[in-house]
Design a protein around this ligand. Sequence first.
Ligand SMILES: [Zn+2]
Ligand SMILES: [Zn+2]
Ligand SMILES: [Zn+2]
Length: 476
Amino acid sequence: MSDTESTTASTPEPAKSPWPVIPPPPPPRFCPQCATALATRSIEGRPRLACPDPTCEWVFWDNPVPVVAAVLEHEGAVILARNVLWPEGRFGLITGFLERGESPQEGIVREVREETGLQGEVVALIGTYPFHLKNQIVIAFHVIGRGTVALGDELADYRRIPPERLQPWPSATGEAVRDWLAQRTSNAAAGPASPLNLGCHLSIAKGLPAMYDQALQVGATCAQIFTRNPRGGARRSIDDAELAQAATRRAAAGVKTVIAHIPYTVNPASPRQNALDFARMVLREDLRHADRLDAQFVVFHPGSHVDSGVQAGTRRIVETIRHALDDYDGQAMLLLEGMSGGGSEIGGSPQELRAILDGLDGDPRVGVCLDSCHLFAAGWDLRTRDGIDRCLRAFDQAVGLDRIRCLHLNDCKSALGSHKDRHAKIGQGELGEEGIRQVVTHPFFATLPLCLETPVDDWPEYEAEIAAVRRLAEPS
Ligand SMILES: [Zn+2]
Ligand SMILES: [Zn+2]
Ligand SMILES: [Zn+2]
């Protein structure tokens, strides 16, 4: 915090008395180059303090000093802090001076960390504000803070003010708050950023066109289908006439994303030769089939090593994928599904997924599909924003967020960290409505295609589930 910064927060109660005005630092009296006493002299028509020694001619230009400031949002509230030097009851933004070589963005993230213990992310520049009184220029950012607040040495106290109750105060940082509030209101008036791309798993037993009709009826803009019979392993053939009809119905239904899912029984990590050969054949053929159906993604479970060890299983998965992608030039992308990590299942951690991608030398035709039930059962607590951020940080480090291309949105019957893969209907599991709300309002997840795989008795029930999720996604 810049210790001379004089901001005042009139929230939650309006300020009653004017704050003491802290004067700017006094001008220098002696030349820093030759120690001669400075004198006022007219330079380019303005009076300046300057060194009278003709061999020195040092000038005190008195340029404004940049100060970085943060409107720091943490769990929906703005954090205002009280510097140890400030009187009781006075709160302001997090502010500070830049270190040498630091960009303003880096500087404010460092100040936020040092003063509040939060990991800050700069969302936007709010503006720059001259602060003539102290000869400063305030560069104000909107920063989102994550983690738990732990005050640094410079702060005595802090307050969490809901944005609705935040009131600007008359100073440079107060102007930044005013502008941030105005930007916030105009963003809200523009409506929700974009509606969720949300849908569900549907059957193609009655044909692909009928599946799109169902998607339309339940309000799905994203649809998942099995590439073949999930139990028997046989595949329906789809002729060109059906494909053309499907394309028309898809456009009418407004289905943006189609995900093809390889049956669960297919095990690309199997130590049994028969099972492995079958998996190699299915992945290779179904990828091409899905591409023909205009599915963007082909999701499959990495599989179980049974009792042959994760490394051997991972090697077989890598081999199976290589075989599938050999001479493939379609548009559909293979996605490894993140699992709950039960038994000898591979893919229950970001590291296990990464090992597979590493084995493929980061082939860009392979990505990752996450599943909220699997994540929760694997031990990621998605019920809070911080929990989701922790989870996504781990996946970002291991595989990169850009590889994560869709999310199976399921509630979870089993407990956090239980490693049991048991999907529940939305709001009826351990995630609950609040957990699902956190997931679908998270800025990363909200941009992904979201696909329900909840245990409905019949597909028309998805209409209510999809509507419920859309309601949860609305700003409260
Ligand atoms: Zn799956
Ligand atoms: Zn899933
Ligand atoms: Zn599952």
